[in-house]
Design a protein around this ligand. Sequence first.
Ligand code: ZN
Length: 246
Amino acid sequence: MRYLIASDVHGNLQALEAVLAASPAWDRLLMLGDLVGYGAQPNEVVERVRDLAPYAIVRGNHDKVAAGLDGAETFNPAAQHAAEWTRATLSEGNRAYLAALPRGPLIVDDRLEICHGSPADEDEYIFGEGDVAEALVRARQPLCFFGHTHFPMVVALTPEGDLDMLRQGAGDHDPVRFDGGVRLLVNPGAVGQPRDGDPRAACALFDGDTGEIRLLRMAYPVEEAHDRILAAGLPKVLAQRLLVGR
Ligand code: ZN
């Protein structure tokens, strides 16, 4: 079974389409939340995802705000502006779809689980070593995919209890093999708003038969996503950051 893992699309249809078009073959799609927020095409992205019918999907913090389940008080002004615009722009049906998305973590199979922020809290950011260590302990499955930070990484907890940062950040990384013994925490990076200095869309592929995990990057028409954000009257900074992947 081959899984395509996609997180943080953030209303960027061009990036999502590029990932779907350029990804190696997969059987099941896993989505880690934040379909909307920041980007100019929330309805188009939600409808595309509804058509794709992911095998498993969890909501993200931006989905909650766009669905009206949560306020945007904790967001910075640009994110707040985008969240309010997104909520107003979404069709009723798409808003209802986001409102009904499950809270993570979700167990996907006998080895794998997915969440948005962390296995303990969908809104929590996993950044430092302490966060990583706690998440690896809290995860109920040995292989846990998370999103939210928009920063690709693969980190292992060895049987000896040591943390081993296997891959992180931008770059064309060699695959990692998941073969039991270790516990792995994997962030595929963001499809629609990368923040590791590489503007290309990010996603991951996990082959359940070979155990191979690959962090992938796909070029997409960034200028188009940029122009659509400006045309929608959304904050300029949200358009500009796409060009530099920050
Ligand atoms: Zn996000």
